[in-house]
Design a protein around this ligand. Structure first.
Ligand SMILES: NC(=O)c1ccc[n+]([C@@H]2O[C@H](COP(=O)([O-])OP(=O)(O)OC[C@H]3O[C@@H](n4cnc5c(N)ncnc54)[C@H](OP(=O)(O)O)[C@@H]3O)[C@@H](O)[C@H]2O)c1
Length: 316
């Protein structure tokens, strides 16, 4: 089996495709999925660079990629959720990486039927980022029509789904993103959009729910919440990850507003619900580029340069 691996932390060139890997065995309740397409996660570049090594324990050599779309090649005898030949999408077991590979072996709870209305190379933009936005806005945030939602990092992998979902739920969506994306975000459902390089967080209005995908300036961001409002601090500041994690941990002490950090660990029902939202047209995948697995270093370079709209897809 071919898969992307890196054996030391460093720049994008530490990533390479390794051939001849032995696929893990398929347990009774596991499936082996032949990957058609996977996505490069926005948070994976700082992990690969070793910038988060003091807060995230990662054993090297490591794989990359947390989600995938593909065809079930083998199903263990206790599998009830899928059969060989089914087109599925899914996520790696919580906290693990390695979907940028020819195949993955995962427990059956990590997959669901892929949406029928979009090709695999587009759907692959969504399993991890889409369920993150869905979990925040519907399970934890319970966003209601007319509420004000701020999405910070709105043009990135998670942000583009949060903007669409927020609009579909009837919220007034404010997007903070790079200047090139502002009018495009209006078309995606944002009621207003501001350039994050020229807009101070302090100058924004008040919000019922804030989804932060950046990790910096968290105290001024929290001060933009109405009383009883919720901030989802989903990213660590890669420049100060320990400080960032401590700030979030201490955040529960202030009861006027709520902090709701989480690490996305979607249920099969969330993967199914997301597929239904795609098939209904409420959520559209946003693909910045489709690259081959051999170009994985280029994909990480693009991510580090910034300005990527949605997700970079990698095909094995
Ligand atoms: N907790 C969880 O469960 C969970 C799940 C998924 C992702 N995450 C984390 O969330 C973060 C984002 O993930 P992603 O996949 O969406 O990444 P991404 O695709 O790289 O998107 C991040 C976006 O943030 C923008 N940005 C950078 N600085 C900003 C600022 N000061 N204000 C507003 N926007 C700014 C970037 O724009 P430019 O390109 O213009 O710089 C980029 O569009 C990562 O840290 C990831 O690890 C957490």
């Amino acid at each position: 089996m071919r898969a992307v691996r890196y054996g030391r932390y460093g720049g994008p060139d530490v990533l390479s495709v390794v051939d001849g890997l032995t696929p893990p065995p398929v347990g009774a309740a596991d499936v082996r999925v032949r990957v058609s397409a996977a996505a490069v996660g926005g948070g994976e570049a700082p992990i690969r660079a070793g910038r988060l090594r003091r807060v995230l324990r990662q054993r090297l050599p490591a794989g990359t990629g947390v989600d995938f779309v593909g065809t079930v090649a083998q199903a263990g005898p206790a599998v009830t959720r899928a059969s060989a030949g089914d087109l599925v999408w899914g996520v790696m077991p919580h906290g693990t990486f390695g979907s940028i590979a020819e195949s993955v072996v995962v427990p059956q709870e990590r997959i669901a039927a892929a949406p029928a209305s979009v090709p695999a190379q587009e759907a692959a933009a969504l399993p991890a980022s889409g369920t993150t936005a869905l979990h925040a806005l519907t399970r934890r945030g319970r966003l209601r029509p007319g509420q004000r939602l701020l999405v910070r990092g709105a043009a990135g992998g998670v942000g583009v789904v949060a903007v669409q979902l927020g609009a579909a739920l009837g919220a007034h969506v404010t997007a903070l993103a790079g200047a090139d994306h502002l009018s495009w975000l209006g078309g995606l459902g944002a009621s207003e959009a501001f350039d994050h390089r020229s807009t101070r967080v302090q100058d924004l209005g008040r919000f019922d729910v804030i989804l932060d995908l950046v990790g910096t300036e968290m105290a001024p961001l929290r001060s933009r919440l109405v009383r009883g409002g919720t901030l989802f601090p989903l990213a660590l500041d890669p420049g100060r990850p320990i400080r960032s994690a401590l700030w979030t941990a201490a955040g529960g002490l202030d009861r006027r507003t709520r902090l709701s950090p989480f690490s996305n660990d979607p249920s099969p029902q969330e993967l199914e619900e997301l597929a239904a939202l795609v098939d209904e047209g409420a959520v559209k995948p946003v693909v910045a580029a489709v690259l081959s697995m051999d170009d994985i270093a280029q994909a990480h370079r693009m991510l580090e340069r910034g300005g990527v709209r949605g997700k970079i897809i990698v095909t094995p």
